[in-house]
Design a binder for this molecule. Structure first.
Ligand code: SAH
Ligand code: SF4
Ligand code: F3S
Length: 458
């Protein structure tokens, strides 16, 4: 069968889609472009209204492409979990709905539905434990698919947990991904070791709230800091990252790890959401400015060159100009290298829906624009400060912009910054994805760096 996967949302969805593609290919299916596909899988995101609306517009676009009986759409991910069989009622061309835990059964279900044209299926039950998937080391058919090898050469993502128990007032994730369920440390470490053996150099540990790893499991497992030390010790693993971290759960041992573990990358995404204590309280984030800034100070002490990034919400219900100024002030104090910022968006069933007063759209928009402008300048300055420095880049793929007389590759430095590196005299046949190269930073752009290679890639 020819299929395609359209992915929206966070890194976890991207990783889920990668896994699904490999699982289907191992069943003899072929991943193709949308225009050639018979079966369409949409992996959806529900975190704001916009990505949810996108799902309905994609479904409209796909309807005429599902005319022959073997063609259908499968909707997975967070909107699927949220709406469930509502998709079957509204869209005749949707024949499979699978949620956060249901994805483990999706490959077999897809094969079944491709053979039985009358069948329709909904897989949205939550399970009690972390659902191990085929391709994970603990499964008997572990050799079938290389676990966790994503689309970036030399890099892999490894899920360490699923779900979230925090119920921040604005957030739908605890409803769509369910309760927090940590994977066993044994399964995680085995998968990481297997990946490194098969050539992976950088591993990113994934979860909605990785710092509370193991806390759902009555003390029978290890802490996130202990997990980090164990993974760090895997011979041959050059880089470790993890995301996402909730500031309230980051342990002193994790902060210390940034100063101690040579392969833990000096970069951390630490979503602050707001700089106002009043708003943080309404959001239910369980930290205040002072505590957050204390963590930042600790991180910078342990690892002076750490690159910090964040998520910010403007226009949360009740946010005043004064609250917003506190968020702007946070930008100045922490000097994030970059940030993702969003206008608050009402989500069905979350606590903030009932909170008043709502901030008018134009006010929220003006605040967002101001914040993004400020961030742009801070990003630029922090990138400029790196000019002349030497660093190591893990190459990913050819850059969009090419110049004569060689090939330009894009990759990331340990801080997670994008660096473009030109290789004079190289041709397309030289595949550098997954290779490391030492570079000297020659120029800072708005969102990326340019580096000149110092020595050969390895
Ligand atoms: N688990 C992660 C983030 C998950 S959602 C964490 O706790 O940090 C990613 C980001 O989307 C959040 O950090 C938040 O900034 C944003 N977000 C979540 N719900 C939102 C909403 N209702 N409106 C606007 N932004 C939202
Ligand atoms: Fe959402 Fe908060 Fe959980 Fe992050 S910690 S996923 S923002 S509820
Ligand atoms: Fe979106 Fe679900 Fe991720 S709502 S951000 S895809 S956890």
């Amino acid at each position: 069968m020819k299929f395609t996967v359209l992915t929206f949302g966070c890194q976890m969805n991207v990783h889920d889609s990668d896994w699904l593609i490999r699982a289907m290919e191992s069943r003899g299916w072929t991943a193709v472009e949308e225009s050639e596909a018979d079966i369409f899988i949409i992996n959806t995101c529900s975190v704001r209204d916009k990505p949810e609306q996108k799902v309905y517009s994609v479904l409209g676009r796909l309807a005429p492409l599902c005319k022959n009986p073997g063609s259908f759409v499968a909707v997975g991910g967070c909107v699927a979990q949220q709406i469930g069989d509502g998709f079957l009622e509204k869209f005749p061309h949707v024949r499979l709905v699978f949620g956060s835990d249901g994805i483990a059964q999706a490959p077999d279900a897809l094969v079944d539905l491709a053979a039985n044209h009358e069948k329709r299926l909904v897989l949205t039950d939550f399970l009690g434990d972390y659902p191990e998937r085929e391709g994970g080391e603990v499964q008997p058919n572990a050799d079938l698919i290389p676990p966790g090898i994503g689309t970036i050469p030399g890099q892999a993502f490894v899920n360490i947990m699923q779900g979230c128990d925090n119920f921040c007032a604005y957030c739908i994730v605890p409803y769509t991904r369910g309760r927090q369920k940590s994977r066993s440390s044994e399964a995680v470490i085995k998968e990481c070791a297997h990946l490194v053996k098969s050539g992976v150099r950088e591993i990113t540990l994934l979860g909605q709230n990785v710092n509370s790893f193991g806390i759902d499991k009555k003390g029978e497992d290890i802490s996130f800091a202990q997990l980090l030390y164990k993974i760090s010790a895997i011979e041959g693993l050059e880089r470790i990252r993890f995301t996402t971290s909730h500031p309230k759960d980051i342990a002193p041992e994790v902060i210390k790890a940034f100063g101690e573990l040579p392969n833990l990358c000096p970069s951390l995404h630490l979503p602050v959401q707001s700089g106002s204590d009043r708003i943080l309280k309404k959001m239910g984030r369980k930290y205040d400015r002072e505590r957050y800034l204390g963590i930042v100070e600790g991180l910078k002490e342990a690892c002076p060159n750490i690159s910090l990034t964040t998520d910010l919400i403007v226009g949360f219900p009740g946010e005043t100009d004064e609250d917003f100024e506190q968020t702007m002030d946070m930008l100045e104090r922490v000097r994030y290298e970059s940030s993702f910022s969003f206008k608050y968006s009402d989500r069905p069933g979350v606590a903030a829906v009932k909170m008043k007063p709502k901030v008018p759209e134009d006010v929220a928009q003006a605040r967002l624009a101001r914040l993004q402008e400020r961030q742009k300048r801070i990003t630029r300055k922090s990138l400029e400060a790196l000019e002349g420095h030497e660093t190591v880049v893990l190459l990913e793929r050819l850059s969009k912009r090419q110049e004569e007389g060689g090939m330009t590759w894009r990759g990331k430095d340990p801080g997670g910054r994008v660096v473009n590196v030109h290789f004079a005299g190289y041709g397309e046949e030289q595949k550098l994805g997954g290779k490391l190269v030492k570079v000297k930073i020659t120029e800072a752009k708005n969102h990326s760096l340019v580096g000149a290679k110092v020595g050969e890639p390895w």
